[in-house]
Design a protein around this ligand. Structure first.
Ligand code: ADP
Length: 485
């Protein structure tokens, strides 16, 4: 399929009541191709009134969806998995066009993202409770699980499909209705997903999609309405704090997948080949635009130059170009603002004394490209050692002892992912336990798996997505006190 056939097949209205609908305001906004800076499509721009209409529907069908037999909910999710998989090429190209990642990575995201639908189709029929006899024998304790009710899912632009399915999958499996608010840079993938859900029989109103340029007003409208019962957010810690404060008003259930500053530790006893391969994945996959991306590459000084030289060689060989071209190893940055903030972090570090081993600059011409970069010798106070880079910049810092490496790794308000490389089993067990992170990769550069709980500690978030834990986020626990038998 060529670009325009695909774009013509994607709904561009709000997804309300099982179909594509204009905003009540009649307004639209352009979605840009970050590889060219040109508009791909004009998408309906939801208003607070549109948000109320979506919540009206999500509330009206909530009881019916909650009462739909789990096997039927599972069948819809499984059919959606099959349909997304059958249209993998369309979803992949669409993500490459609106988000920029290279096509092989988009295909990887389709498999990963679709898998949440299959995984949670399997979990839908395994929602259990428990019973027990009260210790004093005075009664029976029955514990049952019930869907929390209408949910709001707010997603970022870096994984346009997977961040949607990771929330929508468990919510639908649990019996909740969902209003999805995709990132303004990448709403098309979520709209196509909603259309696919409708095609496989998801009843109208159970899933709505509200693209908007005015996320704060649309989201506030929903969160101030006590019919909404849950918000699940993936995005920056700053916005997460705002949402947590707003959620307090109606005491909403919340799941927060926020920022990260993942340490990537390479010990002297690491296998250098594995460590360099792992760093390429943990740093450069998705153009470095991932909250799990290696943000601080901490290398024990005995191996530092060897590691840095090898990594530099690999990074320097990467060609930045449009994601749909086979020669491109890395796509553009999502937008001009984001590229500007990456450039500022690098420029400041270099001004303070860091060494550019490769890259270190924007790529001139159309689109928002930034050269894949390796920086070494980052001085202590540099902002790049604290802030989330969210771009293809490997920032290397040396350390001497295990103690010092772990202390540096934990010296952050974030606690999402951490990675380390060692061939020493004792060290592996010790360091895995001592790292303050919700997810730790041992000799691995990629850790996400739909069957595992994804989530952070400290200021990286609350709750888990995926795994058997993921569905709990969408279930309330009810205790029923029964008389003694
Ligand atoms: P990023 O910096 O990666 O774009 P953000 O946290 O700004 O991450 O955005 C993640 C999601 O949160 C997007 O869907 C965005 O539209 C939404 N968002 C941003 N600001 C707000 C806000 N004040 N209230 C609600 N949603 C918001």
């Amino acid at each position: 399929m060529n670009f325009s056939d695909l774009l013509n097949s994607v709904p561009t209205g709000l997804w309300l009541d099982g179909r594509s609908t204009p905003s009540e305001s009649g307004r639209t906004f352009d979605v840009l191709n970050p590889a060219t800076g040109e508009a791909l499509a004009a998408v309906a721009n939801a208003t607070p009134a549109d948000a109320r209409a979506a919540l009206d529907r999500a509330t009206a069908v909530a009881d019916e969806w909650a009462a739909t037999p789990p096997r039927r909910r599972a069948d819809v999710l499984r059919a959606a998995f099959d349909a997304v998989t059958a249209r993998a090429d369309d979803f992949a190209l669409l993500m490459t066009l609106e988000m920029g990642k290279v096509l092989p990575e988009s295909r990887g995201e389709v498999s990963y993202g679709a898998e949440f639908l299959r995984w949670f189709s399997e979990e839908a029929v395994r929602i259990g409770g428990r019973t027990a006899t009260a210790p004093a024998g005075t009664g029976e304790i029955a514990v049952v699980k019930e869907p929390v009710g209408p949910c709001l899912a707010i997603t970022p632009w870096n994984f346009p499909l997977a961040m949607g399915t990771r929330k929508i999958g468990p919510a639908l499996a649990a019996g909740c209705t969902v209003i999805a608010k995709p990132a303004e840079d990448t709403p098309l993938t979520m709209l196509l997903l909603a259309q696919v859900f409708a095609e496989v029989g998801l009843p109208p109103g159970v899933l709505s999609v509200l693209p908007t340029l005015d996320a704060p007003a649309v989201v506030k409208e929903l969160m101030d309405d006590d019919r909404l019962r849950k918000v699940s957010f993936t995005g920056s810690t700053g916005v997460g704090r705002i949402l947590l404060a707003q959620a307090a008003n109606n005491v909403l259930r919340t799941s927060m997948e926020l920022g990260g500053s993942a340490p990537f530790l390479v010990f002297d006893d690491a296998d250098l080949d594995k460590a360099v391969d792992g760093a390429m994945l943990a740093k450069m996959r998705n153009g470095g635009e991932a909250c799990t991306a290696a943000n601080r590459i901490l290398v024990q000084n005995g191996i530092r130059e060897a590691f840095t030289a090898r990594l530099t060689e690999r990074v320097a060989a990467m060609t930045a170009g449009p994601g749909w071209e086979e020669s491109s190893a890395i796509g553009p940055i999502i937008n001009a603002k984001q590229r500007g903030s990456i450039a500022a972090l690098v420029d400041e570090a270099v001004a303070a004394g860091a060494t550019v081993r490769t890259g270190g600059k924007q790529v001139d011409g159309a689109g928002f490209f930034y050269a894949p970069t390796v920086l070494d010798g980052i001085p202590d106070g540099a902002r790049i050692r604290r802030d989330e880079i969210f771009g293809p910049v490997a920032a290397i810092v040396g350390f001497d002892t295990e103690e010092e490496g772990v202390a540096m790794a934990n010296d952050t308000e974030y606690g999402l992912a951490a990675y380390f490389f060692t061939e020493n089993v004792g060290r592996a067990q010790r360091v895995a336990r001592r790292l303050q992170a919700g997810m730790v990769g041992v000799n691995r550069g990629v850790i996400s798996d739909p069957a595992a709980p994804f989530g952070g500690i400290k200021q990286s978030g609350l709750g888990s997505e995926g795994g058997s834990e993921g569905i709990e986020e969408y279930l309330n626990t009810k205790y029923i006190a029964l008389p003694a038998i």
